[in-house]
Design a protein around this ligand. Sequence first.
Ligand SMILES: C[S@@+](CC[C@H](N)C(=O)[O-])C[C@H]1O[C@@H](n2cnc3c(N)ncnc32)[C@H](O)[C@@H]1O
Length: 358
Amino acid sequence: MANRSLGKAKKDKNDEFYTQLVDIEKELSNYTEQLRGKVIFCNCDDPFESNFFKHFAMSFNQLGLKKLIATCYNPSPIAGTQLALFDVNPHLKKVMTKNTKHAYKIEITEVKDYNEDGSIDLSDVEYLVKHNGNSIKLLEGSGDFRSQECIELLKESDIVVTNPPFSLFLEYVAQLIKYDKKFIIMGNMNSLHKKEIFKLIKENKLWTGYGFNLTCEFFMPDHYQKWDRIENGKKIGKVPAITWFTNLDTHKRHEEMILWKKYSPEEFLKYDNLDAIEVGKVSEIPEDYYGMMGVPDTFLEKFNPDQFELIGIPTGNSGKEIGVTKNYRGRTDISLTRNRKTSCPYSRIIIKRKKHED
Ligand SMILES: C[S@@+](CC[C@H](N)C(=O)[O-])C[C@H]1O[C@@H](n2cnc3c(N)ncnc32)[C@H](O)[C@@H]1O
């Protein structure tokens, strides 16, 4: 499993990676105030399997949430397999028994009877849907986030929080932007190089969250053939290059990067085919250079839009175009001939310092 990246998942359209609670809690703990009192929608989340649902059910009262909605996707291998859930609604149980798999939505508006001794598990879905203000209903369609019924739920929500299918990441983000929704979602570092995503970062409509370039462990369905380890009978696989994306404000995007290095033409080579200097380490961005610079992708972890301007990603055979598409090697086509280097072998993002008017 170790080499199966989310990039591979995209290729295979193998989207069943279930996020661990520890990774969700770590990221979401940074947004407590922004989540307070909101309608949260987890739209790629079977409540039985999703730790996003579990996290919000457990912290429902603490965050004073107005509502928690989760929709599950019919083709998912686990959708509708938990028939016990529908014991609370005999009609649904009948429907579910006839159609072995069905997509459904769950809506939570109250979480009551909290027992401090822990005898009630607040993430227990059966327990939750027994309350009056809560419901579980079959969806008419497959639970596809693009379906009209799911879009209606999206419109009703304030913040979307999930790990969406990697194979549909661009479409997924485009829909969130179209409906002007706030979001905290997981994705892959490769997305940073997609022109659609890069454009949104440039336009300040999306940025990276706190967790950046992580290697995370995901639960995977039983039928998966490759995995790294098994814990309590569940298959777990490690996936590198995971990054959170959001459009909720973060502290870090207002932090000024401390720059200490001085520019010298000997140390910072200029590309042959672009009027920009090569800066191989983000920590070595020169503090006294205001021209264009090529920096590694990891720059986006620390990107403060008041301090820097994103110009683009070099593309095309000449490398002069500042487009946002990767070349055939997935790298930039900017070249350095001095110092016996013939090309810059790594992908680069072109940036510029912003001048502050003192
Ligand atoms: C990477 S998994 C993550 C699952 C869950 N959000 C989590 O983090 O544990 C993506 C999920 O999206 C579901 N999915 C795939 N295509 C979908 C679609 N078109 N609409 C909604 N969900 C979809 C898959 O079934 C899968 O459960």
